[in-house]
Ligand binder design. Structure first.
Ligand code: PLP
Length: 450
């Protein structure tokens, strides 16, 4: 590589990130007279986000949830500066001095077991995606076949060729899906599965409206010793709150999920199972294979969030689903087409709108963000994988607005703002005040001990 002399010149470099955004950061750094000023810029950007996204927006991103002040305080706690490689217990650790770390981690693990009514829980996953890689590491060998959901029907990269399953060298066959309500086509599944004999079938998706036929699918793959693995990244809180199917009780061998989606804890991963024979392989796939230091501050925050779900999970999750159904119905009434209407729209925190006739997913999400309403573009079943940048759908989640105490009346108001932007084509900036006022009317986080 040749030295260009001008280090601010990005031309000619290979960059996957947006060049303009990186260029702006560079000029901010160059304007700073010293590193302390640079640090102040970092802090200021965090504060700007806290003000805008934290206090002035209606955050309807399905993979987000607000955390209690206790959970947030624990994320910044001293214990996050301590190293704790290994399994719980003095002999299992590489380092001495882990007495209180063992207390925190064992509390977290036992709370998770209690919450999910299961025999085993894993707390050391810095992301749910790492949990999925742990499952593929423990329960499948390179070259073996798995089945999973394709991205246009809601599947996540972690179970596909461009994620952990692909990195593990697994052969991936699609689970057949009915595109109308994103449900598994059981008859075709049985036929394909009996032909392909997958060792694992990964269920659960990023776009997810209704339960899956876990027990029927587990029975089919049980014919050759295959297993169902439930990737409950999105539904983890709903499962904990008893508002979604319980995959372990229905025959899934292992469940993974995100700490920061409906679970309302720190962004991270959880893994739970019941079968003694899986304990060695799964726990050892986490350590020593995929995690060394695993952020004990995050483990503490996860434990605190589990306590909130033990206390408030049922009413909170029931309200999240009721709000999602109300929002879906209100959107459709305002002229925004929504998937799943023939089945009551949704059994989760998600609403999936088809905005292909309203400008498409990218434009819709960008317009709404200018109105302080945060959603995301999403592939729909009839989109091609290559249309990732400009898909037909919009994914909307009700976790955050519900935890701030909003109910059915507010869902009507939110639908009205969304329709004003997408259907009536009003200027989004003119609606930002309405979004800001609605958010400001619900300042206090609910369903917590704070
Ligand atoms: C979000 C998501 C993941 C990844 O979860 P992280 O905790 O962000 O790593 C995995 N699987 C599915 C289906 C998801 O939606």
């Amino acid at each position: 590589m040749t030295e260009t002399g001008d280090r601010s010149d990005y031309e000619g470099r290979v960059e996957v990130h947006d060049r303009e955004v990186l260029r702006a950061a560079r000029s901010v750094i160059e304007r700073c007279s010293n590193p302390a000023a640079m640090q102040a810029e970092v802090v200021a950007a965090v504060r700007r986000n806290e003000l805008w996204r934290g206090e002035q927006c209606l955050n309807l991103l399905a993979p987000e949830a607000p955390t209690s002040s206790t959970v947030r305080a624990l994320l910044g706690s001293e214990i996050g500066t301590r190293a704790a490689e290994g399994h719980i217990g003095p002999v299992n650790r590489w380092f001495a001095g882990t007495r209180h770390i063992d207390e925190v981690e064992s509390l977290c693990m036992e709370l998770l077991k209690r919450l999910f009514d299961c025999d085993y829980a894993e707390h050391r996953l810095c992301a749910s995606m790492i949990g999925n890689l742990a499952v593929y590491t423990a329960l499948a060998r390179p070259g073996e076949t798995i089945m999973s959901l394709a991205q246009p029907v809601g599947g996540h990269s972690s179970n596909r060729s461009d994620g952990p399953a692909g990195v593990r060298g697994l052969r991936i066959v699609d689970i057949p899906v009915d595109p109308e309500d994103l449900s598994v086509d059981l008859e075709s599944f049985a036929e394909v599965a009996r032909r392909e004999r997958p060792v694992l079938v990964a269920l659960g998706a990023s776009m997810t409206l209704f339960p899956y036929p876990v027990s029927e699918m587990a029975t089919v793959v049980g014919e050759w010793g295959g297993r169902v693995f439930f990737d409950g990244a999105h539904q983890l809180g709903l499962i904990a709150g008893g508002q979604f199917q319980d995959p372990l009780k229905e025959g899934a061998a292992v469940v993974t999920g995100s700490g920061g989606k409906t679970f309302c804890g720190p962004q991270s991963g959880v893994m739970v199972w019941n079968d003694d024979r899986l304990t060695g392989p799964l726990a050892e796939a986490v350590f020593p294979t995929l995690a060394a230091t695993h952020q004990v501050n995050r483990v503490a925050a996860l434990a605190a969030a589990a306590c909130e779900l033990l206390a408030f999970g049922r009413p909170l999750m029931a309200e999240i689903v009721a709000n999602a159904r109300a929002l879906a119905a209100a959107l459709e009434a305002c002229g925004v087409p929504v998937l799943g209407g023939h089945r009551g729209y949704t059994d989760t925190h998600q609403v999936i709108a088809d905005v292909s006739t309203l400008g498409g997913g990218l434009e819709s999400a960008q317009l709404l963000a200018r109105a302080n309403v945060i959603t995301n573009k999403n592939l729909l079943p009839w989109d091609r994988r290559e249309n990732w940048e400009r898909p037909s759908g919009l994914r909307i989640g009700t976790t955050e607005v519900t935890r701030y105490g909003m109910g059915r009346a507010e869902m009507m108001e939110i639908a009205d703002v969304i329709a004003a932007v997408l259907v009536e084509r009003r200027a989004p900036e003119g609606l930002a005040d309405r979004a800001r006022a609605l958010r400001a009317a619900f300042p206090r986080l609910q369903y917590c001990f704070d």
